[in-house]
Design a protein around this ligand. Structure first.
Ligand SMILES: [Mn+2]
Length: 466
């Protein structure tokens, strides 16, 4: 059970408990990303367990203000706090919001019908201490459904809430404790290299891209490095993954990465190196080893692949426990997704699409689907100059006007105190767009005619900073 919960927040969840327990007709709206999908799955499973009839729908933020209250109880998870919900406040239907984004409305005015639970109202940070899935889990646990806690961990990881320190904090940490004591999750301090369960070790290492190292995008160098460190790449004819290494071997890789990085980065970044290469990893104990579902980061990537291909139902099914057809569909989708990314990467690199300005680099992703421009931007970072943020542009869609902008940068820049999410919000606002996000991964929507102006303002605002 989540302890150390703020007493007023706890009271809020007691009210939520009462709203839900007698409901007969529930509609759940949740966000389309990994956090939102996990939040939706937690709520849907909660309703299943309570035998409450419910429908669930995943949507993007721009669609919320068109919704109307049509059910006895409407629950918004991982969204709702930042949107105008006047249509709901004026109706007789009950509304429960479980969000963690900065709220529009000041402290909740509970009138028996409208309850908004948001960590910001209780002085709790919603970027690093609790996710939308976490808020949904806090509701589930009022019913004693502790077995859903692992999804609270997944949503926090999917929402990058551990990105700054490599650990989960505050309520996220409490939820993690719940999942550990219920034997759902194992948490361990590990190398922070992506692909723990599924990628051969030398492949996983080659994707190290926060800082460009000799091993970055170079599998041969990775094999040589492992040989030098005396770490076998095969075990019984099977390629080893990070998961197969013992502590001693991991320590050798850690020291080597720290040594290489220290040589590569300016002095002021050196103190941040350890957290660049290590952090806590979360293993889902009920999932099969060497599958993406066993590792929180890899699971969240699989969910995101569904989401970016608008297959929310597959993700929901897998999250709710379907390990048959839905899992097969998810794997198929992940393969298709990877193929698409690889093709686009090849095109971008062959055509040398990265352009350089004084303080940033950018590329025009003509034709890249706007849902994946962020993923591609992140991948391209390791092929450019890691000292500068990289910005990708692409059309929003065939039907809609406008440009989707995506920014990625090395985590070292964030450790150094730069918050690109706040910056992109400001710059996008200046050219008549909107934006926001995390310090190292964020995005914006801007008018088509404003790309050059956006770049110029952004580049100037970084003078003396990067
Ligand atoms: Mn979220």
């Amino acid at each position: 059970m989540v302890k150390n919960q703020d007493p007023t927040l706890k009271k809020g969840f007691e009210k939520a408990y009462n709203m839900v327990k007698d409901a007969e007709d529930v509609k759940i709206y949740s966000h389309i990303d990994c956090d939102g999908l996990s939040a939706g799955a937690i709520l849907s499973l909660t309703m299943d367990k309570l035998e409450i009839d419910h429908e669930i729908e995943f949507l993007s933020l721009d669609r919320i203000e068109d919704l109307r209250a049509e059910n006895e109880l409407t629950i918004f998870s991982d969204l709702g706090s930042g949107q105008n919900l006047d249509k709901f406040t004026r109706s007789t239907s009950k509304v429960l919001i479980l969000d963690h984004h900065p709220p529009l409305r000041t402290h909740n005015q509970f009138n028996g019908n409208f309850l908004e639970l948001n960590p910001h109202h209780f002085g709790i940070d919603g970027s690093y201490q609790i996710s939308g899935g976490g808020m949904s889990y806090l509701l589930a646990q009022t019913f004693g459904f502790y077995e859903l806690s692992w999804m609270g961990v997944l949503s926090a990881v999917g929402d990058m809430q551990d990105s700054l320190t490599g650990k989960l904090h505050g309520l996220n940490h409490e939820i993690l404790q719940d999942s550990i004591s219920n034997k759902m999750v194992h948490s361990s301090y590990d190398l922070s290299i992506y692909g723990r369960q599924t990628r051969p070790l030398f492949v996983a290492l080659s994707y190290f891209g926060d800082v460009k190292l000799p091993i970055t995008n170079n599998r041969n160098e990775c094999i040589l490095l492992l040989k030098k460190l005396g770490i076998p790449t095969y075990n019984d004819g099977k390629q080893r993954t990070l998961y197969d290494l013992d502590m001693e071997e991991k320590k050798r890789i850690f020291s080597e990465l720290v040594r290489m990085l220290t040589r590569e980065v300016p002095q002021r970044y050196v103190k941040h190196i350890p957290q660049l290469v290590s952090g806590d990893a979360y293993e889902f104990l009920n999932e099969q080893r060497y599958t993406p579902l066993r590792d929180a980061s890899e699971f969240s990537t699989a969910i995101n692949a569904c989401s970016r291909n608008k297959e929310h139902k597959i993700a929901l099914e897998v999250l709710k426990g379907n390990r048959k057809l839905a899992l097969k569909d998810m794997e198929k989708l992940a393969r298709k997704h990877r193929r698409y990314l690889a093709q686009k990467m090849e095109w971008l690199r062959e055509e040398e699409r990265i352009n350089k300005l004084d303080n940033l680099q950018y590329f025009e992703g003509n034709g890249i689907k706007s849902e994946v421009i962020g993923t591609i931007t992140g991948m391209l970072l390791s092929h450019g100059d890691w000292r500068k943020p990289i910005i990708g542009f692409t059309d929003v869609s065939d039907e809609k006007e406008g440009i989707k902008v995506s920014l990625r940068c090395s985590r070292l820049l964030a450790y150094d105190g730069i918050h690109f999410g706040n910056m992109i919000k400001k710059v996008a606002g200046k050219v008549g767009g909107s934006g926001g996000g995390h310090s190292v991964a964020c995005g914006a929507y801007i008018p088509e005619s404003k790309v050059d102006e956006f770049l110029k303002i952004f580049d100037n605002s970084l003078n003396g900073i990067v």
